[in-house]
Design a protein around this ligand. Structure first.
Ligand code: KIV
Length: 257
């Protein structure tokens, strides 16, 4: 069974575990426990300190994805189409093909619903496996992120986006920063798996940014759960190394040719 089908079959049976990765070493470790690994354009803010993901380029995504590819064997690997790479059908298809060809990823993800539906249809018609993304759309936000689905107009729009994406042939959809009852409604309404980030455990699966769960970022976002203090471990290792170098304990005989 192919990896997409395997993930889709989990709907209503078991939860789908997803995380982001931007490089081989991290991908290799998380791959043991994930169903899907996303090379997200969140790398712009997480690694490059950009104020918005809009500054992330196609080449950046390709280089990071090539690295991730070397660490992923088991999980489905998805790569974000960055901002300004899917303004029209032709551009979207060209960029998706380039990403898939150069990185050997399994699928691409793009943000938006009804507004980009013709573009999504064009991709799926051309056999590009696509993951959707509704709710908070970071590429469209200039400034603070605002929780979505508080009013009826927004709820209707996000639900219609998700339904339209399913009809356009996406294999799954990320729901970001959305009120829990709306996530529940969408998850029950569509047949493809929903992957939540800040969207409650009504979703079929969950995704978080790996650097956040490792405590590598200063994220104070409510929906982020921190599982480890990696900054502390890095500091400790660097401190021990410094002491060894200064005291000439390193390199000892063991490390000499
Ligand atoms: O860019 C990203 O990492 C994402 C996920 C967090 C869903 O889109």
């Amino acid at each position: 069974m192919n990896k997409i089908k395997k993930i889709q079959k989990k709907k209503n049976k078991s939860k789908i575990v997803c995380l982001t990765a931007y490089s081989k070493n991290i991908a290799e470790e998380i791959d043991k426990y994930t169903d899907l690994i996303l090379v997200g354009d969140s790398l712009g803010s997480v690694l490059y300190n950009y104020r918005t993901t809009r500054n992330v380029t196609l080449n950046m995504m390709i280089e990071h994805a090539k690295s991730v590819r070397q660490g992923v064997t088991k999980s489905l690997m998805v790569v974000d189409l960055p901002y300004n790479t899917y303004r029209n059908k032709i551009e979207a298809l060209k960029c998706s093909k380039k990403i898939i060809k150069e990185t050997k990823c399994d699928a691409v993800k793009l943000e938006g619903g009804l507004k980009i539906i013709e573009i999504v249809k064009h991709l799926t018609k051309n056999k590009i496996p696509v993951m959707g993304h509704v709710g908070i759309l970071p590429q469209s936000v200039q400034g603070k992120f605002r929780f979505k689905g508080k009013n009826l107009k927004e709820q209707k729009q996000i639900l219609s986006d998700a339904i339209a994406l399913e009809e356009a042939g996406v294999f799954s959809v990320v729901i970001e920063g959305v009120e829990k009852n709306l996530s529940k409604l969408i998850t029950n309404k569509i047949k493809i798996p929903t992957i939540g980030i800040g969207a409650s455990n009504y979703c079929d699966g969950q995704i978080l940014v790996t650097d956040d769960i490792l405590g590598l970022t200063k994220s104070k976002i409510k929906f982020v759960k921190n599982y480890f203090n990696m900054k502390k471990s890095i500091r400790l290792a660097a401190k021990k190394y410094r002491l060894d170098v200064i005291s000439k304990k390193f390199p000892s005989k063991k490390y000499l040719y």
